[in-house]
Design a binder for this molecule. Structure first.
Ligand code: SAH
Length: 240
């Protein structure tokens, strides 16, 4: 079965980390990653974890979200907000159905944001899909650990239900990130962008596009080959 990692970004309240560990273990998930937690380890986290202190003890701490998901094949970002940009958004149920169809060798990260401000746009750019828990539109922001609980519950219910997709060698997050850096550099080299101000929104849309496609490693290699070729042509023209 694919491996599920719950990632909490810059959590302020250690109690929420403990409650997340408990929610995870209740549903049979054990892999917790913490990105720059404000206070960890902490007595409050241990107290709220109740019997799930093994999940806390096994939690890995990272300096950035990029590092926490570098080896993952699918990264899902959760948010209470509806973003203006077209973003493939799942409910927890759709996410659960999709996740278990992935090949057993895949690593999947579900990312949760800060208590106050959620995930930044830059962090959501690192995610291939979004997840929103349907709720009262006038009061849509759940407590962090409550949001984790709903997501892992749906994952638990759907476990063992899905027929796995055939094995494919999807590119990892780190491979995709170096492709995006290469793409961005090429867009500049070939003069596609008229001003640097366009860069973030164009890159955001391209990330969504490639994220939806689910690129395999070999496809990334072909695309990078095309980019290198375009860069060489642009250098030749510039030197004429
Ligand atoms: N004001 C923040 C809310 C943060 S709540 C915002 O607008 O994003 C803390 C975290 O809990 C969020 O970053 C998200 O990971 C999760 N969360 C809370 N409510 C959610 C919802 N309705 N759907 C999906 N995730 C939610």
């Amino acid at each position: 079965m694919p491996q599920i990692r719950i990632v909490l970004v810059e959590t302020s309240h250690p109690g929420n980390i403990g409650a997340t560990a408990r929610a995870m273990k209740n549903m049979g998930f054990y892999e917790l990653a913490l990105v720059a937690p404000r206070q960890f380890p902490h007595a409050e986290a241990t107290a709220r974890a109740a019997g799930a202190d093994d999940v806390l003890a096994g939690a890995r701490v990272y300096a950035s979200l990029g590092e926490a998901v570098a080896d993952c094949h699918l990264v899902v970002g959760t948010s209470a907000r509806q973003r203006s940009i077209q973003w493939p958004l799942w409910t927890p149920r759709q996410c659960a159905e999709n996740v278990w169809r992935r090949p057993a060798s895949h690593r999947i990260a579900i990312v949760f944001g800060r208590e106050r401000s959620g995930l930044s746009n830059e962090e959501l750019d690192l995610c291939h899909f979004g997840l929103r828990i349907p709720c009262n539109p006038d009061y849509a922001s759940l407590n962090l650990a409550a949001a984790v609980q709903i997501v892992v519950y749906e994952l638990h219910l759907a476990r063992g239900q899905a027929v796995p997709e055939p094995k494919s060698a999807l590119a990892t997050h780190a491979e995709l990130e170096s492709f995006y850096r290469h793409l961005q550099q090429t867009l500049q080299d070939i003069g596609f962008l008229h001003s640097r101000k366009q860069l973030p929104s164009i890159m955001r849309r391209l990330r969504r596009l490639f994220g939806r496609a689910g690129l395999e490693k070999r496809e990334v290699d072909i695309l990078r080959g095309i980019l290198s070729c375009a860069q060489r042509q642009a250098r030749k023209e510039n030197s004429c």
